[in-house]
Ligand binder design. Structure first.
Ligand code: SAM
Length: 289
């Protein structure tokens, strides 16, 4: 059976899987044939896709760092470039704390204090959950927290944590204000954030599939022309709560790097490292005390 025009084979298969509840192997074995009911559902999905609705919202999930995260229009769809924040967090942990044996056969991590990890603006929970699970897989014990303003996003994040077997506390509120005084005063070793950074007048915001995603996830609660409000606030809040040798790692827009470095400096970070994404665009800034 022919695939629909303007649809990649991968997208077509994903929609057929969603419409039929069958695996792609089963579908391929049957020449992609659908029953009349499945065909009707497939065509409904196709027309939603044609109106610009993102494929991940239609399917209800998105892969991130090798795991399936449930998504809906309450959360930003996790992006591949955000996976680098997981890599950077793991690199920091391994450099600082040393390699540990995941089977627990060697001395090392046992008895070490857990890594306190905080993900600000957690959305689907993809960063907090992936980092928590990946650190644990390398033998680190962790205490993981994720905060968000959106109750809908937090519901998804909690579901994702339960489904993936991750132990993360998800709390509602603005950035670090979501945390209790005790949790704030204990501080954090690793803080990651992919905050809203789209400028309120940015052409990218009005275009294409971005318009289906939550506005607060893209431009923030108090949008600004340069998209820097939240990055500035996060740098200001986290400097007080980062433990010695701790790391703040943020993602930002590709035209914002010099401003992010500047606001890290203003906030009081010393060791500041700007970094590019895999496509070579300025995309992350790391800050240490
Ligand atoms: C760009 S999305 C990132 C979501 C997720 N971390 C990811 O990378 O896919 C930004 C998130 O920050 C949340 N957010 C916006 N303003 C916030 C605030 N003041 N405090 C906490 N979270 C906020 C949004 O609801 C959204 O989930």
């Amino acid at each position: 059976m022919a695939t629909s025009p303007n649809l990649s084979r991968r997208e077509d298969l994903a929609l057929r899987e969603a419409a039929s509840g069958r695996t792609r192997t089963q579908l391929l074995a049957n020449d992609l044939q659908l029953s009349p009911t499945e065909q009707a559902l497939y065509e409904r999905l196709l027309s939603r896709l044609a109106r610009g609705e993102p494929l991940s919202y239609l399917l209800g999930f998105k892969e991130f760092y090798g795991r399936r995260f449930w998504v809906n229009s309450d959360c930003l769809i996790p992006r591949p470039e955000t996976e680098t924040l997981v890599d950077l967090g793991l690199q920091w942990a391994l450099e600082l704390k040393g390699f540990s044996d995941p089977l627990g056969c060697e001395d090392g991590k046992e008895g070490d204090a857990p890594i306190r990890l905080l993900d600000l603006g957690t959305g689907s929970g993809c960063l907090a959950i992936s980092l928590g699970l990946e650190l644990q897989a390398r033998g680190f014990s962790t205490q993981c927290f994720g905060t968000d303003l959106s109750e809908g996003a937090l519901r998804l994040a909690r579901n994702n944590a339960a489904w993936l077997g991750a132990d993360v506390q998800f709390l509602q509120g603005s950035w670090m204000n979501a945390l209790s005084e005790v949790d704030k005063s204990e501080g954090f070793d690793l803080i990651v954030s992919n905050p809203p950074y789209v400028g309120s007048e940015d052409w990218e915001f009005a275009s294409g599939s971005l318009s289906w995603e939550p506005r607060t996830a893209l431009v923030g609660h108090e949008p600004s022309k340069d998209g820097m409000n939240d990055l500035r606030e996060i740098a200001r809040q986290t400097i007080k709560r980062l433990r010695p040798n701790g790391l703040l790692a943020v993602e930002h827009g590709y035209r914002q790097q010099e401003f992010v470095v500047d606001c890290f400096q203003q906030a009081g970070f010393f060791r500041i490292t700007p970094m590019n994404d895999l496509a070579g665009h300025p995309r992350y800034v790391l800050g240490r005390l």
